[in-house]
Design a protein around this ligand. Structure first.
Ligand code: KG4
Ligand code: ZN
Length: 357
């Protein structure tokens, strides 16, 4: 593999990383836009593009200075994501590759999350991908189970409405906990009673591996409004017991939903490894529950370090390396960004949610 600079600008994090020929992380830089978007209570697409424009040249220069050798390839997230934000990264990467005569590889953001569990930040090399991996990707934009099968990808189940991270963010927003909400709910939930608030856990009869989070989210929001729960911690006070209980109950319901297809999927596909990635994979209950399931069922589980679960450029650089090793190269003059999940990671077969795929 070639020493690769990865560039990620699909949402509200500008990220640049350099990964060496063995998949060792040489540098991983991140410029978060949380403060810029905070006054608006969510990500403002136009603002995101402008922030990426400001941050990228600085991050790339810093990364090149810290690299352990000359960069040989460029990998960039080309979708899915916010179109303006993606275009900033794609055009920057294309110009960089074109100007230096380096190969350029467009990476699907989800493929990045899928390979993130093979990477570490302690200076070790990337782990080779086992033949059969069951992988959960749960983030602010996606919640799906995949089978990574001898390098190909099959989506086995997905959310029918909100993404898991989106539902954490919404509930946190209504509680006045700010954005992103997942980490705040995670922290509060540790001190709450997860059986205190009755919340639905809908299952879809026709698609047993799909999830739905919108009913769960709405039930939590109704409970918050009915009981007039607003977090006081921002004013220096402590979060009340009902808020901690709601956080714990909501978190438990989301994690239960996310992991509910696992026993049957594992029985069908007999994976060597089960992973979870994407921002929600930083959640402590999800991490503990998945690890415990693996111990109980004697299946290896692997969770990326929290800094690799949320958006980062390390996973983009490595996904680009693997794709390039498989023969992929993109024309810097023609490369475009795509907002929607229209094109799939390499080898992806489409939308199969039932057993026996
Ligand atoms: O992967 P990511 O950084 O961006 C997307 O591709 O969406 O994921 C961000 C999402 C946010 O919704 C955030 O609230 C959620 O991941 N998140 C968490 C935790 N940390 C981040 N959700 C639950 N628990 C956490 N500890
Ligand atoms: Zn992501």
């Amino acid at each position: 593999m070639l020493r690769t600079i990865g560039i990620e600008t699909s949402c509200d994090e500008s990220a640049v990383a350099i990964v060496d020929s063995d998949g060792r992380v040489e540098v991983s830089l991140l410029s978060s836009q949380i403060a810029a978007h905070a006054p608006f209570g969510g990500v403002v697409p136009e603002l995101a593009s402008r922030e990426h424009l400001k941050a990228l040249p600085y991050l790339v220069n810093q990364a090149l200075e810290a690299a352990h050798g000359p960069v040989e390839m460029v990998a960039v997230t080309a979708g899915p994501g916010l179109i303006g934000a993606l275009l900033v990264g794609v055009r920057f990467a294309a110009a960089f590759a074109w100007g230096r005569g380096l190969p350029l590889v467009a990476v699907d953001h989800l493929e990045g999350h899928l390979v993130s569990s093979l990477l570490c930040l302690d200076g070790g090399p990337a782990r080779p991908e086992p033949d059969r991996v069951l992988a959960l990707v749960a983030s602010g934009g996606h919640s799906s189970w995949y089978l990574m099968d001898h390098g190909s990808r099959v989506r086995l189940g997905r959310t029918r409405d909100d993404a898991a991270g989106e539902s954490f963010d919404k509930v946190a927003q209504v509680l006045g906990l700010g954005y992103p909400g997942g980490p705040a709910i995670d922290a509060l939930a540790r001190y709450g009673d997860s059986s205190a608030v009755p919340l639905p856990r809908p299952r879809l009869k026709d698609a047993p591996f799909d999830f739905s989070f919108s009913g769960l989210k709405s039930a939590a929001v109704r409970w918050i409004r009915k009981h007039e729960l607003v977090d006081d911690a921002a004013d220096g006070g402590e979060s009340s017991a009902p808020i901690r209980d709601l956080a714990a109950s909501f978190e438990a319901a989301v994690v239960e939903q996310l992991l509910s297809p696992l026993p049957e999927l594992a029985a069908i596909h007999r994976p060597q490894l089960v992973t979870a990635s994407g921002g929600v994979a930083a959640n402590s209950l999800l991490r503990n529950s998945l690890s415990e399931w693996g111990r109980e069922h004697n299946v290896e589980t692997l969770l990326p370090e929290p800094a690799l679960t949320t958006d980062n450029a390390v996973m983009i650089a490595h996904a680009g390396q693997l794709a390039h090793r498989g023969g992929r190269s993109d024309d810097p003059r023609r490369l475009d960004a795509r907002a929607r999940e229209v094109w799939q990671p390499p080898g992806m077969r489409r939308g199969l949610s039932r057993a026996g795929v």
